[in-house]
Design a protein around this ligand. Structure first.
Ligand code: C5P
Length: 413
């Protein structure tokens, strides 16, 4: 955790604004000082009174509030903090930021600051996916603004789902700490410095009804180690993980998903990338129509029949030739028989550049275990590595990936 810092929280006008109250408490528990600016729209969702009580500071809203201007001034407000966090960032606030507006205190501070800005978007999925919002997000990223989320899942509106949820408070804290910790500042050295690496990890959970799901035994350890190894080599890393009980590595952007469909959406939202590693054990099938209510058992009632339908193949989708295809696409093949035979077939059918194949028969102890024994299969070669820790496998794969990109670039020069 970083030492105590001053954080300016800009609260936008979205239904998720209520999460800011918990966020403020958690930030203060970590020893940070928090001051809040609320947009006018934010007042519809949380009151300045509750925000002020939790920050122990007067909440600011109006650029033309002379008292505020005399006391601190918006320029000082913009500079006197270590980090500015915008949460929830609505589509409108993102548009005004991208356009360089300064017609209220929130946007004026954002325009005047020279401090790191972290944005946590929250809006309806259609608004997030709208090309206008995506243009604004791309512009803001190009301007050096950092993003956390949005998460993927159910929205406040019943029946609406997709990308657009404000990430949960622990993830917000993690992103803030990563940005504040000096050792995790963007690295300019390392074999993967300047590269973006996407890693999928863990199982997916496919709902049967609101309380039951289909899953598998993947622990996510190998994927988390891959993300850590890429980060150690200086890459910007997006780790897209299914439900697991591991703490993510420092300095990595984490996107948490549940289903295969959500994982695909999150991967596509994270593109472009230089390297994509698909270590997730994605469920091959999902329930065609999950029950809206919990399925009840009853006297004499026969057991329900579950109709399955195939999930999208995330690796295959991303590996298709096209401008968004990462330069190096790596898949995993977890098999219980004919490991190399299936791996070679997968390399071709999924158009991956490499397949990391391993035997996951229960006797090997690989699923959930600390060690792994892998074979690296490429178009013309098969290399079998001895048993080693998942951390070491990850470091070797990432070193190899860095060398591969370097060789590709040298060849192109
Ligand atoms: O499940 P399968 O053996 O086909 O997985 C091989 C590779 O494809 C793995 O890298 C896995 O992460 C990826 N995959 C995927 N989407 C799926 C199924 C598998 O990305 N629906």
């Amino acid at each position: 955790m970083s030492s105590a810092k001053r954080i300016l929280l800009i609260i936008g006008g979205g239904i998720a604004a209520y999460k800011c109250l918990e966020l403020i408490r958690r930030l203060r528990d970590c020893g940070h000082a928090v001051r809040a600016v609320m947009t006018k729209a934010a007042h519809q969702f949380v009151t300045p009174l509750s925000v002020g009580a939790l920050t122990n500071e007067r909440v600011l809203t109006d650029l033309f509030d002379l008292d505020d201007e005399r006391e601190i001034g918006h320029i000082r407000l913009a500079r006197d903090h270590d980090l500015i966090l915008v949460a929830p960032a609505t589509a409108d606030l993102l548009a005004r930021m991208a356009g360089g507006h300064a017609d209220d205190l929130a946007t004026a501070v954002l325009l005047a600051t020279d401090k790191p800005v972290l944005v946590a978007p929250a809006m309806n999925p259609a608004m997030w996916l709208n090309p206008a919002t995506q243009r604004n997000v791309a512009q803001l990223k190009a301007d050096g603004i950092r993003f956390v989320g949005p998460g993927v899942g159910e929205m406040a509106e019943r029946g609406e789902a997709g990308p657009g949820r404000l990430v949960e408070v622990p993830e917000l804290i993690e992103a803030i700490e990563n940005l504040l910790a000096p050792e995790t500042e963007t690295q300019t050295t390392g074999d993967l410095a300047g590269r973006h690496v996407i890693v999928t990890s863990g199982p997916t959970h496919e709902p049967i009804d609101p309380v039951r799901y289909l899953a598998n035994r993947s622990s996510g350890k190998q994927g988390f180690e891959l993300a850590a190894a890429a980060r150690e080599l200086g890459a910007r890393v997006t780790l897209i993980t299914g439900p697991v009980s591991l703490s993510p590595p420092q300095g990595v952007d984490v996107v948490r998903v549940k289903t295969a469909a959500e994982m695909l959406e999150a991967v596509q939202a994270a593109l472009p990338a230089d390297i994509a590693v698909f270590a997730a054990a994605v469920a091959d099938w999902r329930i065609e129509t999950p029950n809206v209510e919990k399925i009840k058992k009853g006297d004499g009632k026969s057991a329900p029949t579950l109709r399955l339908t195939e999930n999208p193949d995330i690796l295959k989708t991303v590996a298709q030739p096209g401008s968004m295809r990462p330069r190096l696409v790596i898949g995993f093949a977890a098999e219980t028989e004919d490991v190399l035979g299936y791996a070679k077939k997968k390399l071709k059918s999924k158009r991956a550049d490499w397949i990391i194949a391993n035997d996951v028969s229960p006797a090997t102890g690989i699923m959930g275990g600390e060690n792994n024994t892998v074979h690296v299969v490429t178009a013309g070669t098969v290399e079998s590595w001895p048993e080693m820790s998942k951390a070491k496998v990850a470091r070797k794969i990432m070193m190899r990936a860095a060398e591969h990109l370097h060789a590709k670039r040298t060849a192109a020069e």
